[in-house]
Design a protein around this ligand. Sequence first.
Ligand SMILES: C[S@@+](CC[C@H](N)C(=O)[O-])C[C@H]1O[C@@H](n2cnc3c(N)ncnc32)[C@H](O)[C@@H]1O
Length: 380
Amino acid sequence: MGSRFACQASAAFGLEGLVAEELRSLNMADVLSENGDVRFSADAEELFRCNLFLRYCDRVFVVMADQKCVTFDELFRLVNSIPWEDYVSGNEAFNISAKCARSRLMSPRDCQSIAKKALLERLKEKTKLRIFPENGPSFPVLVSVHSDRVRILLNTSGDALSRRGYRTWNGEAPLRETLAAALVRLSPWKPGMPLYDPCCGTGTILTEAALIASHRCPGISRHFAMEQFHFCRSLDFTFLRKTAEESFCPDLISDISGSDIDPGPLKLALRHVHQAGLDGRISLSVLPLQEVSLSSENGVFICNPPYGERLSDQAASRTLYRDLHALKSRHPSWSLCAISSDPGFERAFGLRADKKRRLYNGRLECTYYIYYGTRKPVSC
Ligand SMILES: C[S@@+](CC[C@H](N)C(=O)[O-])C[C@H]1O[C@@H](n2cnc3c(N)ncnc32)[C@H](O)[C@@H]1O
């Protein structure tokens, strides 16, 4: 086993618990949820496995330093004390970004430029090189300042892990893949049960459910920043990917389908399903949800209906929530789960949810409403 690193997995508000659960199931050590992030420890190979397998996580970082800093001098000294020369070859593009909240260091732009200066000065001193061309692979570093605590984080994922690689065209209000997967995970649905999204748009919820059912590794179709890191060059990424791919079993997908009133996003949904390697595994049709009628029992509706963000759209979306209730009533054995930012959802739906959970869709505070069905015994 190689060097071990203190690591951090970031997640959207409300999903940290799921990320911690996933990290434990991947046998990561020292897993601890803390203020919206999840800390753990791992070696480089385990970090790669996290990037490949984590379904609900935004990014995976190595914590290079973690200390209280309230002045730019302290920030400079902190970044300058990190042995960057052990991690880089010298031609990397040092992409430093910063975010600041509730701290005396409140300017991301200044934190970013001081951190970059401190990193380059350290490298000049230790490597005796004078020039760093920065024409090589990206080496993304995040300076995260919160409540006067500074963490210097090496981003091993690169682009957010929600970018699985299958969605190259977006509809009007698409759901991030990580949130869509979480909606499936937090619902009563289990692989093998019928699942239907009555306003499926570009099909993100359905695609994520099919990936879960078929044990498809979520990161298999994309690359991660760490694959270009100098200190990870001894890892055999091709072999690790191949091993991860072995678990994929599309025959396990059954009865996952959906519809939408608008044929436009459905066309995109078909492309996404194809790009996810799931051709023919998900049924899609153009249909208003008022006309959905299914013969199977004990399934789960999961949907992300319009929220009516603009006042002018609110009445229409609230009518749709009432229609969702009618859909649920036509299928009493089915559970129904819907996410919305509209605080008037339950009133419009006409029934209090059996269970609620606060989640964020991007910056929008939302509630995930779950209504349980009355299960029917199924004859074998
Ligand atoms: C927020 S978007 C869903 C986005 C989707 N989750 C995705 O990932 O692309 C809401 C969808 O509801 C659909 N919709 C609106 N009214 C509908 C109706 N009466 N019946 C079915 N779908 C409807 C819209 O066409 C839109 O695609």
